[in-house]
Design a protein around this ligand. Structure first.
Ligand SMILES: *[C@@H]1O[C@H](CO)[C@@H](O)[C@H](O)[C@H]1NC(C)=O
Length: 178
């Protein structure tokens, strides 16, 4: 009897991702949301003519910060044992889904700012943007793939579609700067 209860408890504790982990992942996604929103604002605020190197540096620094935040979120997701419960999965995916249009906007507008960045007296800024985009793409896809691994199967189509749409956005932006 004791053995059965123990096994049952063991199964319970491994069957769903621990609450602490879920709270951590949700906090990570809030951080990502803030970072993406701020990056998108800076990109949109960059003027089409007469922009400064300082303004471009803000975009670069925020992109680096976002790469960092994506790495932290991925590490926390990878530390999760077991799948998310359906309800936690839904909450987490809807937070990620809310970020999707913001990152896609940032990527589209960034391509429109290429001429402004090329016109800067300091050469090589578009090359830095391209390097940032490549790193951002890699870390974003890694983040999405790690999330897919802990998603309950019912949520896989939604999670996959978010990942693929963001990946298409990155392909477009990387092509724009290549
Ligand atoms: C984005 O990153 C993924 C994963 O590393 C890679 O497979 C894909 O080719 C990258 N996309 C571009 C446009 O570089």
């Amino acid at each position: 009897m004791v053995y059965i209860i123990k096994s049952f408890l063991t199964i319970l504790s491994f069957s769903a991702a621990a609450l602490a982990t879920v709270v951590k992942i949700e906090a990570d996604i809030t951080t990502l949301s803030t970072a993406v929103t701020s990056l998108d604002k800076s990109i949109n605020a960059y003027p089409n003519t007469g922009g400064t190197v300082a303004g471009a540096l803000v975009i670069h620094t925020e992109a680096q910060g976002l790469i960092n935040d994506l790495g932290t979120a991925t590490t926390d997701i990878q530390a999760t044992s077991g799948l998310l419960s359906l309800s936690d999965g839904k909450t987490i995916l809807s937070s990620v889904q809310a970020i999707q249009p913001v990152i896609l906007d940032a990527l589209t507008v960034l391509v429109k700012k290429k001429a402004a960045l090329q016109a800067l007296p300091l050469g090589g800024v578009p090359a830095i943007v391209l390097a940032d985009l490549k790193s951002l793409n890699t870390t974003a896809v890694k983040f999405a793939d790690s999330l897919l691994k802990i998603c309950p199967s019912a949520l896989l189509p939604q999670a996959t579609s978010i990942r693929d749409s963001v990946a298409v956005g990155f392909s477009g932006a990387i092509a724009g700067y290549s």
